[in-house]
Design a protein around this ligand. Sequence first.
Ligand code: FAD
Length: 639
Amino acid sequence: MATKIGRRDFFNGVAIGGSGLLLQGFGTDVKALAAAPNGSSPAPNSLSPSTYYPPTLTGMRGSHKGSFEVAHALAWRGEKPARYQSLGEHYDLVVVGAGMSGLATAWYYRKKMGPDVRILLLDNHDDFGGHAKRNEFHHNGRMMLCLGGAQNLEAPNDYSKTAAQLMNDIGIDEDFIAAMDQQTPADMVLAGKFDADNGIALPGANGHVVIGGNWFAAMFGGEGYASTVRKLPIARSEQDKLIAFFGGTQDFLAGLSLSEKWRYINTVSYNQFLLEKVGLEESTLPILNAVIVHMGGVSGWHLTVAEAISNVASGINSMGWVGKTLASLGGSILDSVIQVRMFPDGNASIARLLTQKLIPDVAPTMQGPEDVAIAHFDYSELDINGRSTRMRLNSTVVGVREVEKKRVEVDYVSGGKALRVTANSCVLACYNNLIPHLCPEMPERQKEGLNYGVKTPFVYASVLLENGHAFAKLGATFFQCPYDTFQWVSCAPTMTVGGYEPPRGPDDPMVLCLMHSPMTGPKGNLTGREQLRLGRHKIYTTPFASYEAQIRSQLQALMGAQGFDHEKDILAVMVNRIPHGYAYPYLALDDPEWKKGQAPHEIGRAQFGRISIANSDSEALALMDAAFDAAWRAVEEQT
Ligand SMILES: Cc1cc2nc3c(=O)[nH]c(=O)nc-3n(C[C@H](O)[C@H](O)[C@H](O)COP(=O)(O)OP(=O)(O)OC[C@H]3O[C@@H](n4cnc5c(N)ncnc54)[C@H](O)[C@@H]3O)c2cc1C
């Protein structure tokens, strides 16, 4: 989940920070990759209907082994194969990246140019959807879903006309959005039901102290907030400050003039405000940061007070008139949060719907959104010779160039082979930072624009439990865990949307969904972008075994008092590593306010002959509809 209101909605900013950090050494030699078949990346034509089904794979998912080595060799060491085997395949359009933007590009292009156009989508992962990944478990005859990344339709009523049309094309219209709400249980906090109980869990003497009620509401001075805060296992003096802060009984900016207040909230970090104005101890900050790292991907050290409030941080009540002004903004944020709608596998269902529209044989009996969650997908149908649209997974593009202004050559590495296809046009729906390496001929200024932003890293884990007894006793479906590696623990989505039959009670097996952000440390002298790179490095260098150990000890601490035994009760773990997550939204503390058209992402997304750029980076907005809008723009440029 990310909020719709970003940097561009706020004023001010200070100087740009320093240069990037050099990250060393965890790639495989691309020459070795080209020489030897890669065990974890089957060649596309070897996808078998019975064996190739990535949503059920456990262990390290997301940026999995085999997906990133070729791209890292290119980006870090400038290495790529010297020669490519031409496949003799020519397409009207080649799309690099089969995430939301790539899928939407293919759909818009086909809609505009007719059903017979030849399209090839290439993606380096073993599954389609990009950030929107499906996690699927089977146990005791029951199929259970969870999300491996992008969560929900956020404020679908606010989508652009073209994005809304795409949603309509795949069957998600106003009626279906209303039905989704009906099919979502009232306690499903993860799906936007913020009236439901949600708790907070802090380390205590014997495992975690778990506090129920509605913690979100308490953070905004909701009913019983003071008694809820009194239950936190922190010093009474810190409780006193939190009570004053949540309750809005005090204006913490009272000593400042009107203009000073406005300047303060737009130039000082939220965490600095908490320390110097609210008077909290540094050790209390995680309690107020857990929600921000999830919504915005960075901590309160990197956001101004105003930006943090836009990411649903508390404090709106406690800044006198400034808070009241921001409250109107807060209202629009809440509107967008309340409009959330969700499939049981998150936005992976949208990726499935688009994929089936493009390649119907992948799920020939699927009706649409009403059965998308349970439809069987046959991945061996994705890349069939002779079909108008084809999708080739496990294929990392390493070069894209226009030849004689007549066609585009696209080089990629798949299954250890260096291959080439040609096209009339190419849309790059991949990460901005990689594009200068794919198209070194681009103007330097454009490459600088593409290199500027740094995507936000995350880890989402899905954990299959033998039953739901211990979790049910905690009294809510969702908990913030500010002092743990995984800052949020939620019951996996239990809506019946998409034909899904969720677990019905504690006797059934259940799935937990956990979210980790590595962006919680102190800021030091680093810019947000530098720290985002470090966060990415941290998750690339953390092995699956460490995440699993952390998950086990955290869940034991959370539910041990309820009879949970991780050794017996945890049946399977999927860790979705997302090193290249949210698009960079600009940070007021680090970035200047660019004139319209001069922001790095705007310079970077310029059309380059027969090559156009889609993806949410090109909109500097981590939202699915931004990915659709980027796709629309790219298709318009090429048609
Ligand atoms: C954890 C998380 C949660 C989110 N939650 C929400 C949400 O709830 N609602 C919402 O609206 N948005 C959400 N977002 C924002 C999300 O980023 C967008 O919704 C959208 O999915 C982005 O799509 P994209 O196609 O631009 O990028 P991506 O999903 O990143 O897709 C790009 C694809 O290109 C591939 N690629 C990159 N380089 C190459 C190459 N060289 N060769 C081949 N393929 C390549 C990538 O591997 C990837 O598969 C979330 C994002 C994250 C990370």
